[in-house]
Structures are given as structure tokens and as C-alpha cells.
Design a protein around this ligand. Structure first.
Ligand code: GTP
Ligand code: MG
Length: 371
């Protein structure tokens, strides 16, 4: 799977990964955003990665359900619903380079790419396939996470806190730009959340009113979240009424800038580091190989008098090498006087090699017997 950073001269539409707790409104939000972008004559490209969704309220360009039938996967692998969704996602990920090929073809004519993910949030955020999909997309496109929150269900300080901690863990795991999308603001406006995120004391006050066993734990953890909030873009939307869609698109533009100025240089640095490491390893291997070959050649020269062929090769070499060869020749001329010693050395070497081969054969036979 490709991990190289994509060329920058082509048009690279932003990829918006919609992630959130079950029922937070990811699919409805995608539907609303799709309608909003169609109205602006900027139809998005849509990927559905939720194999368990019944009916989609929009037309997906690529749908995981066309590739894998998760109910069949459950039957064949004898799995429960969550295992079935995870395995379906894993199977789909093995074909993700083909998916990327389709996206690549359409990318120059697109303004946005939207991705819907399974309701069981941990299946996408903590699975290898979720990471592969996110990293692969982020290597080629300005990719961001739209973390969808069910605002009415987050109004209690303890649930707000656990939702934020979850979001925080995803941000630090993926490192891509992050937009907190407070959804369902038609039911509960998200002002309380903005206040809790910007005014530490207001949140402390709310926590003190909450007498649950969690509150003291939350109290100390809320200190940690301050730094996390600094990395976020926050918007309030209603997927049902369509409120806040332009605010969301503004946050997407900011996330693209963040991707270009922070994520991409870091990605390029990591790739460059990896390339340098691979090159150093290759050079080291090459040096070892050259050393081995030199040793072998020396052995041959000494034992079998392969000087003529060596000289033939060296004729093409530069002057320095010729000098070296001259020295080598002198060295060998001295040694020529003692042919018997050389023959003995060669025989000894051969015997040593035969002994090593016999030992290794013995070890192999012993191993086979044990099995
Ligand atoms: N009032 C209101 N209801 C909403 C809004 N967005 C979604 N819903 C409702 O929330 C419920 C869940 O919406 P979905 O879009 O299916 O949520 P989801 O996150 O995709 O759900 P899973 O994929 O099952 O995790 C549905 O009944 C929606 O009608 C909103 O902005 N306001
Ligand atoms: Mg959904």
C-alpha cells in the first residue's frame, strides 16, 4: 500500500472522515452535507465504510457493502455482529489500493471526499484497518476527522468529559486535523460545550454540581484536556435542519491549511527519515557484500592462482586501484615463494567448511526427529 506523499501540483480534495459514537448522527450529517454541497454545485465523492448500515440516505460512489456482505462474514467466520463488522472492514482494507485508484482518477474534478464509518467507533479508530485507511488517505490528500457528537446526550459533565477524552485519544493517535462537530443543536444548542472548553472555571463549577463518583476523577482529568482543546476547531450543526453547514465548511478550509503546514511537513520528515534509514541499511549490506567478495577473491588468488582474471578486471579500474593492485602483486610475489603453506591453508579452509556443513546437517536431522 502506498505511503509516499503525493505530488503537490495536482488538485487534492480534502477527505472528511466522519467518526463518532453510535447514533451521534454521522450518516444523517453526511446526507445533509451531501445535499448542501450539491446545492453549491460541488457534489462530493462518497465512501461508505459501514458494512452494517441498512439503507443509506445518499448515493455512495464506493460502498463497502458491494465488496463484502457482513452477515455472510459473520456466518462463515462464526462471529458476532462486532466481529463481523471488523472482519468485513479488514477484508475491504486488503482491496484499499484499488479503492484509492478509483479516487485518484476522480480527484482532480472533486472538491470534497466524504467518508462514513461504522457506528461502533472503536472498530474504526482502534483497528489496524482503520489506521491503514486513515494513514493511506492522509498520505495523499488533506485528510481530517469530523468527530460527530450527540450534543443533547453530552450535556452532563461526566459524559461530556468521557466524549472529549475519547476524541483526544483519536486525535493523538491519528494526528490529522480534527473538527469537533456538535450535532443535533436543533434539540440542544452547543453553547454550554463551548463555554466548558474555553472557561476552565465554568467547567469546574458544573463538575462540582455533579455529585457522581466520577466527578473527582473528572476534576483532575479536566486539567489535561486544556492543551487538547487548543488543537481543535469547534462547530455546532444540525444534520436535520442544516444549520451550521457553512461554519463546518469554513472549519474544513482551516483544517486543510493545518494539514499543509503541520501534518504534511511532519509526514515528509518521517518518510525522509525512513528513506535515509533504508539507504544506510542498503549501503551497509553492500559494504558487507563487497568485503565478503574481497575475502573470497583473496582466498582464490592465494589458493588457486586466479590472479590473471583479477588483473583482467582491474585493467578497467582507475589509477589508485592500479596502485593498490601493484602493492597487492608485490605482496603476492613475496608469498609465491611459499606455495606449500598456501596449499595447506586452502586444505584447512576446505576442511573447516566441510565440518561446518556436517554440523548444520546434524542439527537439521536432530530437529526433524524432535518433530
Ligand atoms: N434532532 C436531530 N436528530 C438527528 C440529527 N442528526 C441525526 N439525528 C437522528 O439521530 C439518529 C441517528 O442518526 P444516524 O445518522 O443514523 O447516526 P449514525 O451516527 O450514523 O448512527 P450509526 O451509524 O448507527 O452509528 C437518527 O434517528 C437521526 O434522525 C440532528 O441534527 N437533529
Ligand atoms: Mg451511520
Amino acid at each position: 500500500m502506498s505511503t509516499s506523499a503525493a505530488p503537490t501540483d495536482e488538485k487534492r480534495p480534502p477527505v472528511i472522515l466522519c467518526i463518532g459514537m453510535a447514533g451521534s448522527g454521522k450518516t444523517t450529517f453526511m446526507q445533509r452535507l451531501n445535499a448542501h454541497l450539491h446545492a453549491k454545485k460541488q457534489p462530493p465523492y462518497i465512501l461508505n465504510l459501514d458494512p452494517a448500515v441498512g439503507a443509506l440516505p445518499f448515493q455512495a460512489n464506493i460502498d463497502i457493502r458491494d465488496t463484502v456482505n457482513y452477515k455472510e462474514v459473520m456466518k462463515q467466520y462464526n462471529l458476532g455482529p462486532n466481529g463481523g463488522i471488523l472482519t468485513a472492514l479488514n477484508l475491504f482494507t486488503t482491496k484499499f489500493d484499488q479503492v484509492l485508484g478509483f479516487v485518484e482518477k476522480r480527484a482532480p474534478s472533486l472538491d470534497y471526499i466524504l467518508v462514513d464509518t461504522p457506528g461502533q467507533i472503536e472498530i474504526f479508530t482502534w483497528s489496524a484497518s482503520g489506521s491503514i485507511i486513515t494513514d493511506t488517505l492522509a498520505a495523499s490528500y488533506p485528510t481530517m476527522i469530523a468527530y460527530i457528537i450527540d450534543t443533547p446526550r453530552t450535556a452532563a459533565p461526566a459524559t461530556f468529559m468521557s466524549n472529549m477524552l475519547y476524541a483526544c485519544s483519536i486525535l493523538y493517535k491519528t494526528k490529522v486535523p480534527f473538527i469537533l462537530v456538535f450535532n443535533k443543536t436543533d434539540v440542544t444548542p452547543h453553547d454550554f460545550a463551548v463555554e466548558w472548553m474555553t472557561d476552565f472555571e465554568a467547567f469546574q463549577e458544573a463538575l462540582q454540581k455533579d455529585k457522581s463518583y466520577m466527578s473527582s476523577l473528572m476534576n483532575s482529568m479536566s486539567l489535561v484536556l486544556d492543551e487538547f482543546y487548543a488543537h481543535l476547531k469547534v462547530v455546532g450543526v444540525s444534520a436535520v435542519t442544516g444549520a451550521g453547514m457553512d461554519d463546518f465548511l469554513k472549519a474544513v478550509d482551516e483544517a486543510v491549511v493545518e494539514y499543509d503546514t503541520e501534518y504534511k511537513p511532519e509526514l515528509e520528515r518521517v518518510l525522509e527519515e525512513r528513506r535515509k534509514k533504508q539507504e544506510a541499511e542498503k549501503e551497509e549490506q553492500m559494504a558487507r557484500l563487497m568485503k565478503d567478495m574481497a575475502m573470497e577473491e583473496k582466498g582464490r588468488d592465494i589458493g588457486l592462482g586466479g590472479r590473471a582474471s583479477r588483473r583482467g578486471l582491474d585493467d578497467e579500474g582507475n589509477e589508485d586501484e592500479d596502485d593498490e593492485e601493484e602493492e597487492e602483486r608485490d605482496y603476492r610475489d613475496e608469498d609465491d615463494s611459499d606455495d606449500d603453506d598456501m596449499e595447506a591453508y586452502r586444505i584447512e579452509e576446505e576442511e573447516r567448511r566441510e565440518r561446518a556443513e556436517a554440523e548444520s546437517l546434524k542439527r537439521y536431522v536432530a530437529g526433524q526427529r524432535r518433530q
